[in-house]
Design a protein around this ligand. Structure first.
Ligand SMILES: [Zn+2]
Length: 211
């Protein structure tokens, strides 16, 4: 733990100085801190299991992105420009892609539901910390929010929520560096079995980016 702290202390101030490169840099710090703390595992903080590519084709991914773009999803943290999402999905963590977006924010900043839907599970995960799995109204997609400081107290498994509802607060739970509070957010396509823990992630930037 002290090791992770040290790494974050060294990396974050250095990288803060890089201005526009701050977000990907925080991710790099996260990777290094986590790799040091847990050398045997890769640093992907999502625990959504990847659905085999055959189950959800590239064509389905493209179609899902078009579908999601018509929904005008909310950015889960107020005031964050969509351009910050760019590239995060493709960063390499350990031996796999990040397949999520890291949004840095002050600790305890409210996190909002990006769309109406259902809280499938409030899940405490080793890597993701306090996490939320939310499905959309059609249960085609799962929205995943991780490293939360805490949940909105009234939230329970199975709760119906509306776009914009506060569901949790930004933090560093799980393997996030203690000095780099951020939201780890991903959008995934559920397989026909509709198991919220098994899905194929897509690049959220493609959903949110301007035309
Ligand atoms: Zn992340």
């Amino acid at each position: 733990m002290a090791r992770s702290n040290d790494i974050a202390r060294i990396f974050v101030p250095v990288l803060l100085g890089l201005g526009g490169l701050w977000l990907p840099s925080v991710s790099a710090a996260e990777v290094k801190a986590s790799a040091r703390a847990n050398p045997a595992k890769n640093a992907v903080s999502s625990e959504v299991k990847k659905a085999p590519e055959a189950e959800i084709s590239d064509e389905q991914v493209a179609s899902a992105i078009s579908d999601l773009r018509t929904r005008h999803l909310l950015v889960p943290i107020d005031g964050i420009p969509v351009e910050r999402f760019k590239g995060s999905f493709f960063e390499i963590r350990g031996e796999t892609r990040h397949e999520a977006t890291d949004i840095a924010a002050v600790r305890n900043t409210p996190v909002r539901a990006v769309e109406d839907g259902t809280i499938e599970k409030l899940f405490l995960s080793k890597l993701g910390g306090n996490t939320i799995y939310q499905t959309d109204p059609s249960k085609k997609y799962v929205y995943y929010y991780a490293h939360l400081e805490g949940y909105e107290p009234s939230l329970t498994d199975g709760a119906k929520i509306k776009r914009g509802d506060i569901i949790g607060y930004v933090g560093t739970s799980g393997n996030a560096p203690p000095n780099s509070p951020h939201l780890h957010f991903s959008i995934s396509i559920l397989t026909p079995e509709k198991k919220w823990w098994k899905a194929r992630a897509l690049d959220a930037y493609e959903v949110y980016k301007p035309k």
